[in-house]
Design a protein around this ligand. Sequence first.
Ligand code: F0G
Length: 457
Amino acid sequence: MKTIIEPSRIKSVEPIHFNTTEYRHKALKEAFYNPFLLHADDVMIDLLTDSGTSAMSSAQWAGIMVGDESYAGSPSYFRFKEAVQEITQMPAVIPTHQGRAAEKILFSITGGKDKVFISNTLFDTTRANIEFSGAEGIDMICEEGRHPSIPAPFKGNLDTGALISYLASNGSSHVAMVILTVTNNSGGGQPVSMQNIREVHDICYKNGIPLYIDACRFAENCYFIQQREPGYGDKSILEIANEMFSYADGCTMSAKKDAFANIGGFLALRNEELATKCRNLLVITEGFPTYGGLAGRDLEAIAIGLHEVMDEHYLQYRIRSIDYLTQKLHSAGVPVMLPAGGHAVYLDAAEFLPHIPANQYPGQALVCALYVHGGIRCVEIGSLMFGKYGPDGHLIPARLELVRLAIPRRVYTQSHIDYVAEVIIEVFAKRQTIKGLRITEEAAMLRHFTAKLEELV
Ligand code: F0G
């Protein structure tokens, strides 16, 4: 097979600011060993997130100029609505400034004390919005999804057995909804199969529970279904998306991922009564229902991006490039999550740094080492992000200690990715020298964004 080439040419470039190991050592110390607190100019390859970091296409930039800034009834809104409806086939389309704003609105209405939200795995802002409403979020990931190094085609599936037994023991009246995150970001960017979506839908339907999709990376999930699930090989991405959304009562989406937009999101719903309640909240928090916290130009860029992301040449390159980095690391003995996910490569920090216990944050220690050694910024998805304290003040660690290298869409070329692999392999060779960390300051919620840490001696 020939090399799979990037499916686009470069028209406009941004410089990378080169710096030295000594410089980065100092910058990291000044950022309290938390790369979220770095100045982005001090980062050489930024793999912190794939969110809002995509390179927009020339068609999207042209759309920016076409964007209509009317306060109400902008034609850009109608193009946006049409693009969302083509994919989701949901009647109510509510624009929001990003995914979490859609979550906040939906959960403010459907959540609250004594309510429960069940998911394959809730993303951190999703869980935070659920908990902020007073409700509880419960993750029920399938058994395969619990083991980073054991390959399986659909490790993002929800454990339907666990869902059935939970409902048999607890009833369903307090379950606000089931949310399927596609792909499963916090669990390695792993896909959810159509069979699993269908089965979860059937259980929800029987029990009168609404099913929602957290659709940030819907196209990547659809591509995995096309490639891996029997019966979908000759279906288009749009056909697969249509079937996937047909099982859901609604969805939230961050357009900063699979719509190649730098900002934006939406809430799409089937139930008009609920949509009215959401729009009423939208007006006081985001804006009028035809712009919802976005400029007309953003709506235009999203509408075009939603179409572009379903291009199979793009998706083939996208998924292949994540796999390329994963395989390079795996062949060098670096512990990575297998198989490769859709938007990121996940290192298993617990295995990478077995000498650092969970309460010294091995994932964060690895994130820091990759920055100092190679100027690469990535994010911990482990006990700093998801750890909780027990009643005696002891850390209850996260289930997995992962480090995520999220690949921005259409931004880096193969030589950047080769460099990233070289840096990780070099850090792996000297892993014994990496030290654990201690938190010196933290917020009550989403602490990983702002926590300050220091290196243990
Ligand atoms: N749901 C999932 C699965 C996400 O990955 C994100 C964001 C959101 C919801 C919230 O969307 O950022 O537009 O408010 N994930 C980014 C990330 C931040 O780095 O994975 P948002």
